[in-house]
Design a protein around this ligand. Structure first.
Ligand code: AMP
Ligand code: MN
Ligand code: MN
Ligand code: MN
Length: 282
């Protein structure tokens, strides 16, 4: 059986490797099937697919869609999407417009706190069409506003902090609809990271299923072993397909590596059963 890693980022969004470098690193690490899931953009999939052909890896075009649900931000991964699908591309273009507006607003808010030039500083770090809080974080670290990305997130970029701007992302229904219209499977990304009560998580997953969502990440770079077991129970109860993804953003975060993931717990249906026939994997 192939090694699957179904959540990763390139510099098209807030990762630090090019799509080609990402694919080569995944192949070298033993990944057989990789999904490139940049935030709100599929622009890296063509390059990644080309690189995948060169190194004998199967590339699944994907995306990680930003969603606002109950005034919080939730991420929905789309796996096996057609990057050229019109409805998905139009939806993502709208989210990128909001990102641009929000980035200027983050810059204004940080300037009020005496940190000027943050928008320009973050913008020069982008390599694709999206500007992310991660770019602001790298800029703030370079200015000495904190010792690392985590610390500047904690002090400046998280909810309730000076540089935080509430999201106006897609609705759950839109995100799942765009993914399905593009031929993809919708998966709730890193569900344990939202720190929801069990009943609120059940509500999120229930609404997601009503919208046509089919899977949830069980093993994730941001899940603890306990999280994996808890999420596995939810997936079994609700009959959701189980996904596995590192959420790799670059080699400078050595605690998350491509393909270095725990196995799925027993009693789950892996999301890749949806493509096994097409991929020729047994
Ligand atoms: P955005 O979609 O622009 O709001 O940025 C969200 C991204 O910021 C996530 O995908 C993570 O890559 C990164 N991020 C969020 N919170 C943290 C944190 N506490 N430490 C490091 N990176 C974070
Ligand atoms: Mn990210
Ligand atoms: Mn995410
Ligand atoms: Mn991600």
């Amino acid at each position: 059986m192939s090694c699957y890693d179904l959540h990763s980022h390139s510099w098209v969004s807030d990762g630090t490797l090019s799509p080609t470098e990402l694919v080569h690193r995944a192949a070298a690490g033993g990944v057989g099937v990789l999904a490139l899931t940049d935030h709100d953009d599929t622009a890296g999939c063509a390059e990644a697919r080309q690189a995948a052909v060169e190194c004998g890896l199967t590339l699944l075009p994907g995306v990680e869609v930003s969603v606002t649900w109950q005034a919080m931000t939730v991420h929905i991964v789309g796996l096996g999407v057609d990057p050229a699908a019109a409805e998905l591309e139009a939806g993502l273009a709208r989210l990128r417009e909001f990102r641009d507006w929000r980035a200027h607003e983050i810059g204004r808010r940080l300037a009020e706190r005496g940190i000027d030039g943050a928008y320009e500083g973050a913008a020069v770090l982008t390599r694709g069409r999206i500007i992310s809080r991660t770019h602001f974080a790298h800029y703030l670290v370079s200015r000495g506003c904190g010792k690392d990305v985590r610390e500047v997130f904690r002090h400046y970029l998280r909810r309730g902090k000076p540089g935080h701007v509430p999201g106006q992302w897609a609705s759950l229904e839109e995100a799942v609809g765009w993914i399905r219209a593009a031929g993809g499977v919708a998966v709730v990304a890193h569900p344990a990271r939202y720190e929801l009560t069990a009943s609120k998580l059940r509500r999120l997953l229930g609404e997601f299923i009503e919208c046509g969502g089919e899977g949830m990440e069980i093993v994730s770079g941001s899940h603890s072993p306990d999280d994996v077991q808890t999420m596995a129970r939810h997936a079994r109860t609700l009959g959701l397909l189980a996904s596995v993804g590192s959420d790799f953003h670059g080699p400078e975060n050595p605690w998350v590596e491509l393909g270095r993931l725990a196995p799925l717990p027993e009693g789950l249906t892996p999301v890749w059963q949806r493509w096994e026939a097409a991929l020729g994997a047994a």
